[in-house]
Design a protein around this ligand. Structure first.
Ligand code: PEP
Ligand code: MG
Length: 538
């Protein structure tokens, strides 16, 4: 028996036989050509065919792993049209009079090297995407079959590296898990592995001789065991059984109420950042959206999203959730979320700086555009609005006055909207301390424990050196949550938590005892939390 350490992507166990996937790279010959324009046309035709294949993969991924993950293939389609990439290929064909497959191979290699050498981990991980698209075009040009990994029986797959297309095209029912030599937790292959929920490791010097051997992937510890002894194998099989039972159990919780044994109901909602995240909220049976971080609509573009763009996004979420509550948090830009077109100054202390509601109350037109979009979308579902980073009653009144102004404008224009709940985030110590007064101004509070911890403990939540003392369990935070719930209820506001602490399974009982009404967490945390709540005697 031999055990190897690797980096882990998915925390799960796999026990099975190894299949060593020896990828045959297309062999590309460098040829001199005369008719360069005809060669460019050959490339263009191959590119169009590749884009159409990627469209088919997009549909497959959308069906099997959800829309968000499927977007990888839409991005690949866009990459194929990238001007720099295409220009580099045209240049080799025209100036060097080389054949299209050679031009694509050289360009793919160059671009992939440039990405691989980048500092930013996310960009670094794009190297394999460039290789993936280039290899697809080359195969089409050479008339070769697709890059399909054929799995005839359940296996643990070992490969030097796996592209997103190879990963999605595999027969998932036969893939117990995979280990690659090259990879990163930011790669699209890793993202797909997470959605497919298969154990996966990377960064291991795999060996061809392991092909056909028995192995265990332990995604919790990040190990690959080759030829496990009897005891290790038994242990792994037990873990696997427990894991499978747990997954089945969570599955049975779908459709069940989130209530304690004595019938106390908790609203269990999901946090989302993108319209497409609504899919995973629904798959995990979220009872609503408790935090839609709307700033991501602004982060994804290079100019302000228009009222109509925003309206369509909010409307889509509201309609997809089919009448379930959707709480849209207004723009929380600034601090770690910077957007060039806002032209924000460099600041000494951005987390304490010009951000969120402070920007919105000052740059009223930006705020009004968003509020009008939210109000218009409210006609299509069950939308609420929530303001971030509140520190005073005055801010809430000003924000509400702007909502009122927008309503009047819409009414005058004959545009439909609904009366919606208005809430605030409690994420500053100031808001906690005056929560009795704030409660009179709003319908609900949502406690943002991420920032509340940062501001209460005076610890920058972004600073990795301080991670060990960034303690959301600090008694100051727990007492603040208690105080917020009590004051909220006294003032007639319901109270929830949408910060990460809300998904801390060890605290669910405490929160319920405190009288919390709602929890909004990442979609994958919903069913484990429902399980705990349903076992409580409160
Ligand atoms: C929070 O601060 O807890 C919160 C939910 O908001 P964000 O993490 O987006 O700052
Ligand atoms: Mg926050």
């Amino acid at each position: 028996m031999k055990q190897y350490k690797a980096s882990t992507i998915v925390h799960k166990i796999a026990v099975g036989t190894i299949f060593f996937y020896d990828k045959q790279e297309s062999s590309v010959k460098c040829k001199k050509i005369e008719d360069t324009e005809a060669e460019i046309m050959r490339f263009e035709r191959a590119k169009e065919k590749a884009k159409s294949q990627l469209g088919t993969l997009y549909e497959k991924a959308k069906r099997e792993v959800g829309e968000t993950q499927a977007e990888i293939f839409a991005v690949h389609q866009i990459m194929l049209d990238d001007m720099d990439y295409c220009d580099a290929i045209y240049e080799i064909i025209r100036a060097n009079k080389r054949n299209a497959e050679y031009a694509v191979a050289v360009t793919g290699d160059n671009f992939s090297k440039i990405f691989a050498e980048m500092e930013d981990e996310y960009l670094k991980a794009r190297a394999i995407d460039v290789k993936d698209i280039s290899e697809r075009v080359i195969r089409i040009l050479l008339g070769e079959a697709n890059d399909q990994v054929e799995l005839s029986e359940p296996v643990i797959l070992l490969a030097n590296e796996l592209t997103p297309s190879e990963t999605i095209q595999m027969d998932h029912s036969s893939l117990l898990g995979f280990v690659t030599r090259v990879g990163s937790s930011n790669s699209h292959t890793a993202i797909l592995a997470r959605s497919m929920n298969v154990p996966a490791l990377f960064g291991l010097d795999i060996e061809r001789e392991w092909d056909g051997k028995k192995a265990i992937i332990n995604g919790y510890e990040g190990t690959l065991t080759i030829d496990p002894d009897e005891k290790t194998l038994l242990q792994a099989q037990k873990m696997l059984e427990t894991e499978q039972k747990r997954e089945q159990l969570l599955e049975t919780l779908k459709g069940k109420k989130t209530e304690t044994k004595t019938g106390k109901r908790i609203n269990l909602y999901a946090n989302i950042g993108k319209v497409s995240d609504t899919g995973s909220a629904l798959i995990n049976d979220a009872e609503g959206i408790g935090l839609f971080r709307s700033e991501f609509l602004y982060l994804g573009t290079d100019s302000f999203p228009t009222e109509n763009d925003q309206f369509l996004s909010y409307k889509e979420v509201a309609e997809t959730m089919g009448g379930k509550k959707v709480i849209i948090r207004t723009l929380d830009i600034g601090a770690d979320k910077k957007v060039d077109y806002f032209h924000l100054d460099q600041e000494e202390n951005p987390a304490l700086g010009y951000r969120a509601i402070r920007i919105c109350l000052e740059q009223k037109e930006i705020f009004k555009t968003q509020i009008r979009a939210i109000l218009r979308a409210s006609a299509y579902g069950n939308i609420s609005i929530m303001f971030p980073m509140i520190i005073s009653v005055q801010e809430v009144r000003e924000a509400k006055a702007i909502v009122q102004e927008c309503k009047e404008e819409l009414r005058e224009q004959g545009i439909e909207y609904k009366e919606i709940e208005v809430g605030i985030m409690i994420e500053t110590p100031a808001a906690v301390m005056i929560s009795d007064e704030l409660a009179k101004e709003c319908d609900f509070f949502s406690i943002g424990t991420n920032d509340l911890t940062q501001y209460t403990l005076a610890i920058d939540r972004q600073n990795p050196r301080l991670e060990s003392i960034y303690d959301a369990h600090h008694p100051a935070i727990i007492r603040m949550i208690q105080m917020t719930i009590e004051n909220g209820h006294k003032g007639g506001a319901w109270v929830g938590i949408c910060g990460e602490l809300g998904a801390d399974l060890s605290l669910i009982k405490t929160f319920i005892e405190m009288g919390l009404d709602e929890l909004s967490v990442s979609p994958s945390a919903i069913l484990p939390i429902r399980e705990i709540i349903r076992m409580l005697d409160e």
